[in-house]
Write a protein of this length. Structure first.
Lengths: 309, 309
């Protein structure tokens, strides 16, 4: 049986998945840590993971899909800029292809995750959907009329840098009031610190807040209410602009699930114009951290189909 | 020579254009005032305009395209809700079809205008573009991979209700800090009043501000700088999410042109992530108020092609 090899390239880990054309994953998603400090070390780490995974494949491997955070040019296989990889305008697909001798296609990691969710997860059967990932930063991807929309320059889906509070909190991009300043890790810390006032600044992580909320801390719940409210503002903007069937929330902090999605939905039901606000679903992602590698495998299959004509 | 009849249905006027399949308009765009207070009077006014226009056609009229402000369901030809027409969940296409005996297709007015700009105006040759119209309210339309994107429920493109200042000025939708609160007529009035302080509240219209700016009024320029800054914030959000090639600004207040677009571009060049912010063009619409009727005619041609194919 043939598989495509999906590879999710992170700053400290490479995850791989052998994905059949129907989306079945052979042997689960495997992770390997790496300590790559430059481009060549990263290419070597990816090539090593590809070889290891290929050795365990139950049949031929037809191609490789790479998923990376950042702006990527899928057509040329280039990582334009990445927040967590030592790459800038580097032709990553060609470099890995040279090492492993298989066709390699490159995509943004959230595009890959949404591809997987649309095939196997929370966006099954959907033609118009949006994915938002909450973690160190905010990622986004758009499914429009059944296709991932990459934009004119590979930059579409930068939901985190939509301005929701033009005179508001600083964002690491240098701007003010970006959604990312409220609903990614630094926002959790800042809002938790402001709301709760019980913690040292910097100690208020998503993990801690989730645990406190589960233990019934009213202050933690109040912080999540505020963060979820901002998430709802961001989702409302996406709904006003795109009118999707579903918005899926994933990423590490997305695991807080209903603690964030409940307050977010209350904003979404009130703000965009009807009927969009009444009909859009706001759901947690289903595939978790495996979505990137599985989606990368699906993207490799798509590319193979396109190449075959 | 065959023509489709494009009809732009406004709250006080009906504009018609006889549009050939190549976009040529026979005899210019004609406007007729109407005083329709309910659905039946409006259908009658539209039917009258259709008959008058048809009588002047140099050959057969193959179909009618209607463009209306508001949320429309193109598939069923229904006006779901409109800010300026006495319609709610009314099957306008079928009602007009019954009166005029021609196939009728219905679309949102900004979708029609962008269709025209993409064929004949400021978005010629563009596959990914966005149109924003500034007037009593803010309208929007999205061209994605060469097609108008209407969304899952016909609501896509509500750029005016993106929240840009979550604790900001009230919007007529009941929300706070919508883009529309800053860059449509009430925002002009409010910002002009705040900035300039010389006028009676309510006297500070787009027309007046444009005239004052042309006469060299520093206060008027300062108001436009502020309004243009907010427009830049809104355009930045659209660019972050969709990464288009061009954003076109039209509508009555869009006629202020560079007085607004200059300040807006300065925000856009700084805010969304590169390379999108460096490459997107921000341009004034080219077809003016004729775009709706001409685009409605093009939509009728599109529909005829789809029905035939």
């Amino acid at each position: 049986m043939e598989h495509a090899l999906g590879v999710d390239v992170g700053g400290t880990k490479v995850a791989t998945a052998l994905v059949a054309t129907d989306g079945t994953v052979a042997g689960g998603v495997k992770e390997r840590r790496h300590g790559a400090r430059d481009r060549d070390e990263l290419v070597e780490a990816i090539a090593l993971s590809v070889r290891k995974a290929r050795a365990t494949a139950p049949g031929p491997v037809v191609g490789v899909g790479l998923a990376c955070a950042g702006t990527v040019d899928r057509d040329t296989g280039t990582v334009v800029v990445s927040p967590n990889l030592p790459l800038k305008d580097d032709p990553l697909a060609a470099l890995v292809e040279h090492e492993v001798g298989l066709p390699v296609v490159l995509d943004n990691d959230v595009n890959a995750a949404l591809t997987a969710e649309a095939r196997l997860g929370a966006a099954r059967g959907v033609r118009n959907g949006v994915m938002i990932t909450l973690g160190t930063g905010v990622g986004g991807a758009l499914l429009i009329e059944g296709k991932i929309h990459r934009g004119a320059h590979g930059c579409a889906g930068e939901i985190g840098h939509m301005i929701v509070d033009a005179h508001g909190d600083p964002c690491r991009c240098g701007g003010k009031g970006c959604l990312e300043a409220y609903v990614a890790a630094p926002g959790f810390e800042r809002i938790g610190f402001r709301t709760v006032g019980l913690f040292e600044r910097g100690a208020f992580t998503g993990e801690l807040i989730g645990r406190l909320a589960e233990e019934g801390s009213a202050a933690a719940m109040q912080s999540l209410e505020t963060i979820g409210w901002w998430l709802g503002v961001g989702i409302s903007n996406v709904v006003s602009l795109l009118d999707p069937e579903v918005v899926i929330v994933g990423g590490g902090l997305g695991n807080l699930g209903e603690l964030l999605l409940g307050p977010a939905r209350r904003v979404v039901r009130r703000h965009p114009l009807p009927p969009a606000r009444d009909r859009v679903r706001v759901e947690q992602a289903e595939l978790g951290t495996a979505a990137g590698a599985i989606g990368a495998g699906l993207v490799a299959w798509e590319q193979r189909g396109a190449d075959a004509g």
